[in-house]
Design a protein around this ligand. Structure first.
Ligand SMILES: [Zn+2]
Length: 393
């Protein structure tokens, strides 16, 4: 008996709805997971996340390991009580951040040796260490340690060139051996939380299939697609996604890591993806970039300076809609002129309101997709989505 079952299937695409049972609650898919790198979704309170319908959020193993450190989180029995979020949490393996250190790290069969970017301490991350950390964090979903195969070679004689099939193959095979070690370590730790494997293989369909086959033998609770959105052209991402996602086991959750724009989410769902995460809605928010139903908006643009209207009158978030009064009626949200002013002055509230709006938009987008799939009209919904996004705001 797995932790996931599908509840609806779109007849015209691979899109589906499902229910995922985790230790801290039930998650309805397809789902977007806001990213809480340091144990906080930047600029948004847990209460606000709760109110806007976030079902599950991410934490970053690497960052939380370095700061505050495991002995602090241990005092709270895990991340949930430490950061005051009682719904499910997924943690990444720490591999992606270590891999991003570039010249500061050395990868061996055993694991990754690196210097702490905080204080230079010599540290070592292995499949066993990653499982130990994620067990201490008590993540509902634990990710295997993998090597994220880059799009462009980061080192060696081919540095800066598109990675070769041979290099991608070696990287994928290492991730597969680490997958086995992660599973064994979870069992040795007695950790009963969900463990996901990660499909690698770069831009090569045959390698992706080999990775998938190897992972299926290890019988993970769910599978993720890694190594996409790492600098490759969009058409490569779409090609690999279209090849891999529908081949993944139908009875397990499918998670597309670190992707992406609203369009990426919709097309990912159409390919049968169930779970997404991305820093884009919050990171872009801090740069005054608002995602809306009718396209993206740069609040810094001078045309908003005297605009008394909200960013998107059809959006129900606090920024666009405001707070209902004692009689339940709202007096409208924050004007574009005011949000433009906050952005120009670098005021914190500007970034907070933009983050709230963008996450609300992403979560609402997923809610609309779940509803459309369940009602059997996802194809129509998808067409309208693209038409509305192209309209301009
Ligand atoms: Zn809004």
């Amino acid at each position: 008996m797995g932790i996931f079952h599908t509840t609806a299937q779109d007849p015209a695409s691979h899109a589906r709805c499902g229910v995922l049972q985790l230790a801290h609650g039930t998650v309805h898919t397809p789902v977007f997971m806001p990213v809480g790198t340091y144990g906080t979704v930047k600029g948004v309170t847990p209460r606000s996340l709760h109110d806007m319908g976030a079902q599950i959020i991410l934490g970053n193993t690497f960052h939380l390991w370095l700061r505050p450190g495991l002995e602090v989180v241990q005092t709270f029995g895990g991340l949930h009580d430490f950061e005051q979020w009682q719904r499910p949490i997924l943690t990444d393996s720490g591999g992606f951040q270590v891999w991003s250190l570039g010249a500061m790290r050395r990868i061996t069969e055993e694991g990754v040796h690196f210097a702490s970017p905080i204080n230079g301490d010599k540290l070592f991350l292995s499949p066993e260490v990653s499982m130990q950390i994620q067990t201490t964090l008590n993540a509902d979903v634990v990710m295997q340690l993998d090597e994220c195969t880059p799009y462009l070679a980061l080192e060696g004689k081919n540095k800066g060139q598109v990675i070769t099939e041979d290099a991608a193959q070696q990287s994928m095979a290492l991730s597969l051996r680490w997958a086995q070690r992660c599973r064994d370590a979870m069992q040795a730790l007695g950790n009963r939380n969900a463990l996901f494997g990660i499909v690698q293989g770069g831009m090569f369909e045959a390698l992706r299939e080999a990775s998938l086959e190897g992972l299926q033998r290890l019988d993970f609770d769910g599978l993720a697609i890694g190594g996409l959105s790492v600098g490759e052209p969009k058409e490569d991402m779409r090609r690999v996604l279209a090849h891999v996602a529908p081949r993944m086991p139908a009875n397990k959750p499918r998670y597309l890591m670190g992707v992406g724009t609203p369009e990426d989410l919709v097309e990912g769902v159409a390919q049968g993806v169930d779970m997404f995460d991305c820093v884009m809605p919050t990171r872009n928010a801090r740069n005054g970039h608002w995602f809306t139903r009718y396209g993206d908006l740069k609040i810094r643009n001078a045309r908003h300076r005297h605009d008394t209207g909200p960013v998107d009158p059809s959006c129900g978030c606090y920024a666009c809609h405001g707070q209902p009064d004692a009689h339940g009626s709202s007096h409208g949200g924050f004007s574009r002129a005011y949000l433009h002013h906050l952005d120009r002055c670098g005021e914190m509230l500007g970034a907070m309101l933009a983050s709230t709006h963008n996450l609300h938009y992403y979560l609402n987008l997923m809610q609309e997709m779940r509803q459309a799939i369940a009602q059997g009209n996802f194809a129509t919904w998808r067409q309208r989505f693209h038409a509305e996004r192209a309209r301009g705001v």
